[in-house]
Design a binder for this molecule. Structure first.
Ligand code: MF3
Ligand code: CO
Length: 254
């Protein structure tokens, strides 16, 4: 069931989203070669709690940390660890969610650590562009397939793979609500988008094939072919004035 949010509820989601934006900005500064992913997680959790919010990932279906840290061929859900040291030449995806006053925000970005290959830089850039293409299609009257189509079209035009078995999602009081928001699809197909819908759009794009495998820790997802993957996510509200990026304050579409 898709739940539509009214103006008051949207205002609360905006507060949660803006707080998450601030926290992710500050997290970027502690991501340096030589640091462990557990240290980044500890920093994120402290920041979230200091602002009176709750880390939504921690304890979610037994997940042990407050952020996910996924490196190179890891697609998503990498678990921060003291044993995982951030190194030059890799790309690191950080995914984080929080709950403020009962309302959720969810956002992720991928960052290059020091000098990385041109291919990986291109992958990060195109993944962000894929998000914005999908977000731009997120207006009242359009359909879910228009979002997926926009993402897939752009990614595949660069020869990149679009992960299919993981998708974006509705979000609100719960981190994962209906509808599921695929990063592939056909224009004009799927449920109609309505004002008041809030969704997380989160393309996961690979340098190679789109197929993925789950690791034995029960969480970490990797590409099956070992190619690098980039992930970029924002929480988006569909409004009569167009899409509003709740986790990217002030963003205006052209
Ligand atoms: N943020 C992820 C998503 O976008 C979910 C993280 S799973 C968790 O849907 F277990 F880490 F919380
Ligand atoms: Co999400």
């Amino acid at each position: 069931m898709i739940t539509l949010k009214n103006a008051d509820q949207l205002a609360k989601m905006r507060s949660a989203g803006h707080l998450l934006y601030d926290i992710l900005q500050s997290i970027r500064e502690v991501i340096v070669a030589g640091e462990s992913t557990a240290a980044v997680d500890a920093y994120a959790e402290e920041r979230i709690r200091r602002h009176g919010a709750v880390p939504s990932f921690l304890g979610y279906q037994g997940y042990p940390k407050s952020i996910c840290t996924s490196i190179d061929d890891e697609v998503v859900h990498g678990i921060p660890s003291d044993d995982v040291i951030i190194t030059q030449g890799s790309i690191l995806s950080v995914d984080c969610g929080l709950i403020l006053d009962g309302w959720q925000a969810d956002s992720a970005f991928t960052i290059a650590i020091g000098q990385v290959s041109p291919e990986k830089l291109e992958l990060i850039r195109v993944t962000e562009e894929c998000f914005f293409a999908g977000a731009k299609a997120s207006f009242e009257g359009n359909r879910l397939g228009d979002i997926g189509h926009a993402v897939q079209q752009l990614a595949e035009s660069h020869g990149f793979g679009v992960v299919r078995s993981l998708t974006g999602h509705g979000i609100g009081r719960n981190m994962h609500e209906d509808p599921s928001v695929p990063n592939y699809g056909q224009a004009g197909r799927g449920s109609r988008l309505k004002a008041g819908m809030t969704i997380a759009i989160e393309p996961m794009i690979t340098l190679g094939d789109y197929r993925i495998v789950e690791m034995e820790d029960g969480w970490t997802i990797k590409t099956a072919d070992g190619s690098a993957c980039s992930h970029y996510e924002h929480t988006v509200a569909i409004t009569p004035q167009g899409p509003e990026l709740l986790t990217l304050p002030g963003y205006r579409f052209e």
